[in-house]
Design a protein around this ligand. Structure first.
Ligand code: PLP
Length: 447
C-alpha cells in the first residue's frame, strides 16, 4: 500500500471520522506526524509550540523515553489480563499512588478515561450512601458519557437534554469571584456559594455527593477563594455527603502541587483523575476512594467493572510517568515556572484592553477576554459557538497556529497550560505570539 500523502490523511480523516464538539463542515484537522518535548510537528515538518499540552494532558512533554520504554516492555511481557487478576504493573502503580495522592485515598479503580472514572465515582457514591443526588456546579465539565455529562454544568450538557433532563443531578453556583453568580462584589462574601450548597443539601432529601473541579479547567481555570474548599469539606462532613474532587485536568503537577486539593489542605472522599496520570501516552483514568468507602465494600457487593479496567498497557506507563515526574522535580518546576508565566500573562493584561482577567496557578492559566472591562461582557457565548458563528478566540488561535503555536481557545478565553518541562524561552515565545495577535481583539473592545 502506497504511503498516504498529508492531504490524503486529512481528507480521509475528515470525511470518515467525526470531529468532536464542532460542525463537521469546515473541519480541517492538522496532520500531526511527530512530537518532541514541548513541540508537535506536522506533515510538512513545521514545528509548533504546544502551549496547552494538547488537551491539558501532555504534562511530561512528548517522546519521553522512559514512558515509551514502559509501554513497549509491558506490551511484550503481558499485553492484557482480565481485571480479576493481579499484575505487577497494577501492584507497582497502586503502591506509587499511595506516595503521591492526597492522604487517605487508598483504594483504586482504574478506567481508560476521565469520564469513566467519574461514572465510577458516582456509582460508588450512590452505592455507599444509598442516596441518589449528586450536586455539581455550573461552569464545570466532568466528561461526555451519560452520567458525567448529566453532571456537567456547562452547556455541553444541553445536547443531551432533548431526551429529557437527566435524573439525579442538581446544580449549584460556581465559586467564580470575577463573575460571581450570586452577585457578590469580592471574595470576602463569607463563602456564600459554599453556604448555598449547604442550603441545597438541607433542602434535598437524598444527596449522595458533591463533585467539584478544585480548579475548574475548560470553563476558564477558575481558582476558588481561599476559604471555599475548607468550608465545603466542613459542610460535606457535617451532612454525611461525600466530597468528590475531579482532578482529571488539575492533577499531576498542573497547578504546582501533585493535586490541586493540596492548595487548601482538603482531603476529598473520592478523587478522580486521568490525563496527566500517563501524560496521555496511553488512556488511563483513576477513581481513588478513602478507607471508609473501601471498608464498606468489604462486605457489600462492588457492582461495577470494565473489560479494559486495570489494563496492564495503561498501568505500566503510569508508573514510568510518576517516576519521571519525581526524577525531574516537575511539580516543583510547575510551581516555580508558573510564577513566571503568570507574571508574563499579567503584563499582557496591562497592554491589552481585551484581557479582562488573568487567572491560574502553577502552569495552568486562563486569559479571559472581554469586550468591555467594566461590564465584563465576553466576546461570545456558548450559544454563539453552537450556532456556528466564527469566534474571535478561534481566529486568534488560528493566527497563533500560522506562527507556530497551538493554544486551546474556548468561547471567550484561552487555556494556557504548557508541558511541565517548558522552558522560559518557550514561555516567552508563546506569550509574544499572544501579545501579537490579541491586538485583533483590542480593536473590537468598547473602551
Ligand atoms: N473531568 C474534567 C475536569 C475534564 O477536564 C475532563 C476532560 O477534559 C474529563 C473529566 C473527561 O475526561 P475524558 O475526556 O478523559 O473522558
Amino acid at each position: 500500500m502506497a504511503e498516504l500523502t498529508s492531504q490524503e490523511v486529512v481528507d480521509l480523516t475528515r470525511t470518515l471520522n467525526y470531529g468532536t464538539w464542532r460542525f463537521q463542515k469546515g473541519w480541517m484537522p492538522m496532520h500531526v506526524v511527530d512530537a518532541e518535548g514541548c513541540e508537535i510537528i506536522d506533515g510538512d515538518g513545521k514545528r509548533y509550540l504546544d502551549f496547552s499540552s494538547q488537551l491539558m494532558c501532555s504534562n511530561l512533554g512528548h517522546k519521553n523515553a522512559a514512558v515509551i520504554a514502559a509501554i513497549a516492555e509491558q506490551a511484550q511481557q503481558l499485553a492484557y489480563a482480565m481485571p480479576g487478576y493481579a499484575t505487577t504493573a497494577r501492584a507497582e502503580l497502586s503502591q506509587l499512588l499511595l506516595e503521591v495522592l492526597p492522604q487517605g485515598l487508598n483504594k483504586f479503580f482504574f478506567t481508560t478515561s476521565g469520564t469513566e472514572a467519574n461514572e465510577a465515582a458516582f456509582k460508588i457514591a450512590r452505592m455507599y450512601t444509598g442516596k441518589n443526588k449528586i450536586i455539581a456546579r455550573y461552569r464545570s465539565y466532568h466528561g461526555s458519557t451519560s452520567g458525567s455529562i448529566a453532571a456537567t454544568g456547562d452547556p455541553r450538557r444541553w445536547a443531551m437534554e432533548p431526551a429529557g433532563k437527566l435524573p439525579g443531578v442538581i446544580f449549584a453556583p460556581e465559586a467564580f469571584c470575577y463573575r460571581c453568580p450570586l452577585g457578590h462584589a469580592a471574595a470576602n462574601c463569607g463563602n456564600a456559594c459554599a453556604n448555598y450548597i449547604e442550603h441545597m443539601i438541607v433542602n434535598e432529601s437524598d444527596v449522595a455527593a458533591v463533585i467539584v473541579e478544585p480548579i475548574v479547567g475548560t470553563n476558564g481555570v477558575i481558582v476558588p477563594p481561599e476559604g471555599y474548599m475548607p468550608r465545603l469539606r466542613e459542610i460535606c462532613t457535617k451532612h454525611n455527603v461525600l466530597l468528590i474532587a475531579d482532578e482529571v485536568m488539575s492533577g499531576w503537577g498542573r497547578t504546582g502541587k501533585w493535586f490541586a486539593m493540596e492548595h487548601w489542605g482538603v482531603a476529598p472522599d473520592i478523587l478522580v483523575t486521568a490525563k496527566g496520570i500517563t501524560s496521555a501516552y496511553v488512556p488511563l483514568g483513576l477513581c481513588a476512594t478513602n478507607e471508609k468507602i473501601a471498608a464498606y465494600f468489604d462486605d457489600h457487593y462492588f457492582s461495577h467493572g470494565h473489560t479494559y479496567e486495570a489494563h496492564p498497557i495503561t498501568l505500566k506507563p503510569a508508573v514510568a510517568t510518576i517516576k519521571e515526574m519525581q526524577r525531574l522535580g516537575l511539580v516543583e518546576r510547575s510551581a516555580e515556572l508558573g510564577l513566571y508565566l503568570g507574571e508574563k500573562l499579567r503584563e499582557l493584561q496591562t497592554r491589552h484592553v481585551c484581557v479582562g482577567e488573568v487567572r491560574g496557578k502553577g502552569l495552568f492559566w486562563a486569559l479571559d477576554l472581554v469586550k468591555n472591562r467594566a461590564t465584563k461582557e465576553p466576546f461570545a457565548t456558548y450559544a454563539d459557538k453552537v450556532s456556528g458563528k466564527a469566534l474571535l478566540v478561534d481566529q486568534i488561535a488560528g493566527k497563533c497556529v500560522a506562527d507556530g503555536m497551538t493554544v486551546q481557545s474556548w468561547v471567550s478565553h484561552f487555556v494556557i497550560a504548557p508541558p511541565l518541562i517548558v522552558s522560559k524561552e518557550q514561555i516567552d515565545f508563546g506569550v509574544a505570539l499572544l501579545d501579537k495577535h490579541l491586538a485583533m481583539a483590542d480593536e473590537q473592545c468598547v473602551t
